[in-house]
Design a protein around this ligand. Structure first.
Ligand code: NAD
Ligand code: UDP
Length: 322
C-alpha cells in the first residue's frame, strides 16, 4: 500500500493544478491547494471541497507561508502570455519570491519540492528539437522575459537550494499543454481557436502560421510530473515533459475547424514580439528515467477539449484581476 503524504500544490486552482489536485486526492493523499485566484476560478476545485483530504487556502506565494508538508508541487505562476504580461513585475516576483518562500519551507520541513518550469527557458530556440542540455536563447529585456527569465531564475534557485541546503528538488520543463479547464480567454492558441470555432468567429492566426508548437494533453502532462516527483532521487532534472508531435499553428487552426465542423474563416494578425518560431521537446530523459511518454494524440485531445468547451458558458470566466 502506498504511503499517504501531505502534499501542497501551489497554483492548485489553475488549469493544470486543479487536475493535479484531483489525481492526488484520488490517490488518498492529504492535499492542500494554495492559490490567489489571479488567473483561475474557484469552480475549478469546488468539487474537491467535499473530500475530507482536500483543503483550499487563498494565499499569494510572494508572501511567506508556514505549513507542514511532505511534498510541494510549485505551479503558482500565470502561464499564458496575456496573463503573465498583465503585470510583468508581479510575474517575476511570483517565480522568484514564490520559489524562495517555498524552497525555504521545503528546507524547514525536509519536504521534496517540484518546480513547474517551462519550455520558455529555451526562448526562441536555435537548436531544434530541444534537449534539456540546450541553454536557450531568451531575450532578457523583451515582453516575454518576465516569464522566461523568472522561470530560469527559479531553476537557479532550485539547484542552489539543492546543492547548498540539500533540499530534495525536481525540475520539470513543461511544453505547451492543453485540455479541459483551460481559461477560455487566456489568449493561448488552443483556447482561442476552440472558442472562436465554436462561436463561429474568425480564427486568429498570428503571423503566417508557420511557427510550430508541440501540444501535450493535460492527462499525459500530469502523469509525467507525478512520475517525476516520485522518481529516483538521483534524477532531479530538469526534464522535458511534452508531446514531441510538432504542428504549425496553421495546421492546428485547420484541425480545430475540422473537428468542430465550424464555418469559421482563418484570418491573420500580427505576430507578437519574440514569438518563438519553433518548439519541440526531446523526451529521451523522461522515457529513460520515468518510463514516461505521452499517449494522447492531438486529434483525440482536441476532441475532449472541444467537448468540454461546449459545456461551459465562456461569459462566466473573468479576466485576471490583481
Ligand atoms: P494557470 O494560469 O491556469 O495556473 C496558474 C495558477 O497559479 C492559477 O490558479 C493562478 O491563480 C495561480 N497563481 C498565479 N500567481 C500566483 C501567486 N502569486 N500566488 C498564488 N497563486 C498564484 O496556468 P497552468 O497552465 O495551469 O500552469 C501551471 C504551471 O505550469 C505554471 O507554473 C506554468 O508556468 C507551468 N507551465 C504551464 C504550461 C502550459 O502549457 N499549460 C507550459 C509550461 C509551464
Ligand atoms: N497564436 C495564434 N493565434 C492566437 C493565439 C496564439 O496564432 O489566437 C500563436 C502564437 O503567436 C504562438 C502560438 O500560437 O506562435 C502559441 O501561442 P500560445 O500563446 O498558446 O503559447 P506560447 O507562445 O507561449 O507557446
Amino acid at each position: 500500500m502506498s504511503t499517504i503524504k501531505r502534499i501542497l500544490v501551489t497554483g492548485g486552482a489553475g488549469f493544470l493544478g486543479s487536475h493535479l489536485c484531483e489525481r492526488l486526492v484520488e490517490q488518498g493523499h492529504d492535499v492542500i491547494c494554495v492559490d490567489n485566484f489571479f488567473t483561475s476560478q474557484k469552480s475549478n476545485v469546488v468539487h474537491l471541497l467535499d473530500h475530507a483530504n482536500f483543503e483550499l487556502v487563498r494565499h499569494d506565494v510572494t508572501h511567506p507561508l508556514w505549513l507542514e508538508v511532505d511534498e510541494v508541487y510549485n505551479l503558482a505562476c500565470p502561464a499564458a502570455p496575456g496573463h503573465y504580461q498583465y503585470n510583468p513585475i508581479k510575474t517575476m516576483k511570483t517565480s522568484v519570491m514564490g520559489s524562495i518562500n517555498l524552497l525555504g519551507m521545503a528546507k524547514r520541513c525536509r519536504a521534496k519540492i517540484l518546480q513547474a518550469s517551462t519550455s520558455e527557458v529555451y526562448g526562441d530556440p536555435q537548436v531544434h528539437p530541444q534537449p534539456e542540455s540546450y541553454r536557450g536563447s531568451v531575450n532578457p529585456i523583451g515582453p516575454r522575459a518576465c516569464y522566461d527569465e523568472g522561470k530560469r531564475a527559479a531553476e537557479t534557485l532550485f539547484m542552489d537550494y539543492h546543492r547548498h541546503n540539500r533540499v530534495n528538488v525536481r525540475i520539470v520543463r513543461i511544453f505547451n499543454t492543453y485540455g479541459p479547464r483551460m481559461h477560455p480567454y487566456d489568449g493561448r492558441v488552443v483556447s482561442n481557436f476552440i472558442r472562436q470555432a465554436i462561436a463561429g468567429e474568425n480564427i486568429t492566426v498570428f503571423g503566417d502560421g508557420d511557427q510550430t508548437r508541440s501540444f501535450c494533453y493535460r492527462d499525459d502532462l500530469v502523469e509525467g510530473i507525478i512520475r517525476m516527483m516520485n522518481g529516483p532521487d538521483e534524477f532531479i532534472g530538469p526534464v522535458n515533459i511534452g508531446n514531441p508531435g510538432e504542428f504549425t499553428i496553421l495546421e492546428l487552426a485547420e484541425k480545430v475547424i475540422e473537428l468542430t465542423g465550424s464555418k469559421s474563416k482563418i484570418i491573420h494578425q500580427p505576430l507578437p514580439a519574440d514569438d518563438p518560431t519553433q518548439r519541440q521537446p526531446v523526451i529521451d530523459l523522461a522515457k529513460k528515467h520515468l518510463d514516461w511518454e505521452p499517449k494522447i494524440a492531438l486529434a483525440e485531445g482536441l476532441e475532449k477539449t472541444i467537448a468540454w468547451f461546449k459545456t461551459i458558458d465562456v461569459n462566466e470566466y473573468r479576466a485576471p484581476t490583481p
